[in-house]
Design a protein around this ligand. Structure first.
Ligand code: NAI
Ligand code: MG
Length: 398
């Protein structure tokens, strides 16, 4: 195996802590790599007015693969107020560097697997027909379009002339909003392109075929959002019919899917959705498998790929003298990186080690013990971040 170079983007808060732990596991599992740290996050916003400096973009242009911890984002007025003295009043506007990375490198395929680990005390349970407790096994992979839709940032309050005039040409706009004062209008657009929609659908079906899932579910709302959700469903039908006849195509509405989530989550396999609905449904399924401490993701483009836990920087826990957060989401994200690099032997070993620690049940972070996250959780029997990583590393050798 040749030695890889990985860009390590720790970011803020617990991002740095969990990224370190994932790299420890990668090293011990025999993944040979150099890690080059890239600057990203709040510190660089305050000091430089840019949370995603161009040198970081260049690092990724060069090395293509990054492991990302998490960043802190704040609303624009709050962000501007925290800029260093010299940068104040220059009209700098904060925008999220992870969204920036996704858009700059067109990381349009977001993959969020949600698989339950046996014996995880946080697994979803329900009551069965005869009152017995059932614990359905969840094995769902969400494909979320990552660059368009409602998160593309094409939005206005008090829209400019040309935009306003264009909207007035739409009969529904004219009828329902034509008399609203322009300054009282806030508009966020939901734009889907055929190309990107087709790409996420293909990615979902290809994954389903490769990993032997029997269904792909389009989770949108085409009966109401006819143009964009309608486009996704139409294209999915075409792709399924012509290229993937062995895979069933299911269609659920996002609202109903949130209900099916707890009724029959085990019925779903691969799910494909636009940016916002993909975000919602992936958090929903993550809740069934243990929550943010277990939710991993990949952002994949043609050239560059970035792997990250879906949790944020959890600033409340960032400065604990002994870290208490669960490193598994980050470690799982590192496993997704290994899969992407065709290092499945190593990723399987790590996943097995994580599974063994969970079944073993002796080492559990506070979230796994359902404790409120406070400084005293270690005294109450929770394991620390480092203890969890150490336990995983120990199992690697079994
Ligand atoms: P968060 O994910 O940071 O934390 C929410 C709660 O989830 C925490 O209080 C904690 O109870 C739990 N949690 C998160 N990670 C955990 C872990 N590894 N182990 C155990 N428990 C964990 O989300 P929040 O509080 O909404 O946002 C905090 C900051 O993170 C904000 O500035 C937000 O903008 C940013 N953020 C960044 C993301 C990213 O970098 N991709 C994603 C989500 C939020
Ligand atoms: Mg989210």
């Amino acid at each position: 195996m040749s030695k890889k170079t990985i860009v390590a983007l720790p970011g803020d808060g617990i991002g740095r802590i969990v990224l370190n732990e994932a790299i420890r596991v990668l090293d011990k599992a025999g993944f040979r790599a150099d890690y080059i740290e890239g600057d990203i996050g709040w510190e660089f916003w305050i000091k430089e007015g840019n949370p995603l400096p161009s040198r970081t973009i260049q690092l990724l242009e060069q090395h293509k693969i990054a492991l990302f911890g998490a960043i802190t984002s704040k609303p624009k007025e709050e962000a501007a107020a925290e800029l260093s003295h010299e940068l104040q009043g220059k009209g700098l506007i904060y925008s999220s560097p992870i969204v920036g990375l996704r858009q700059h490198f067109n990381l349009d395929i977001c993959i969020r697997p949600c698989r339950s680990y046996k014996s995880n005390p946080l697994n979803f349970i329900r009551r069965g027909k005869n009152g017995e407790i059932e614990e359905p096994e969840i094995d769902v992979v969400i494909f979320r379009q990552n660059t368009e839709g409602l998160y593309a940032g094409v939005e206005w309050t008090n829209p400019p002339d040309k935009v306003y005039e264009a909207f007035l040409t739409h009969s529904r706009f004219l009828k329902n909003f034509g008399t609203v004062p322009r300054g009282e209008l806030s508009i966020s657009t939901r734009i889907f392109t055929k190309k990107a929609t087709e790409r996420i659908i293909w990615a979902a079906f290809n994954y389903a075929r490769k990993h032997k899932y029997t269904s792909v579910t389009v989770c949108e709302k085409p009966n109401v959002i006819r143009e964009t959700s309608g486009l996704m469903l139409r294209l999915a039908k075409e792709v399924q019919r012509s290229e993937f006849p062995e895979i069933s195509l299911w269609n659920t509405n996002i609202d109903a899917q949130m209900m099916w989530l707890t009724k029959n989550p085990e019925h779903y396999g691969v799910i494909v959705a636009g940016n916002m609905f993909g975000d919602i449904i992936s958090d929903g399924f993550a809740g069934l498998i243990g929550g943010l401490g277990f939710a991993c993701s990949a952002n994949i483009g043609d050239e560059v790929a970035v792997f990250e836990p879906t949790h944020g920087s959890a600033p409340k826990y960032a400065d604990y003298p002994i870290s208490i957060v669960n490193p598994i989401a980050m470690i799982e994200s590192a496993c997704m990186m290994l899969d992407h690099l065709d290092e499945q032997i190593i990723s399987s070993r790590i996943r097995k080690a994580v599974a063994d620690v969970i079944v073993d049940g002796r080492v559990r972070t506070y979230d796994m013990l359902k404790m409120p996250g406070n400084a005293d959780v270690l005294q109450k029997g929770a394991s620390s971040t480092v203890q969890m990583t150490d336990a995983i590393i120990e199992k690697l050798n079994n």
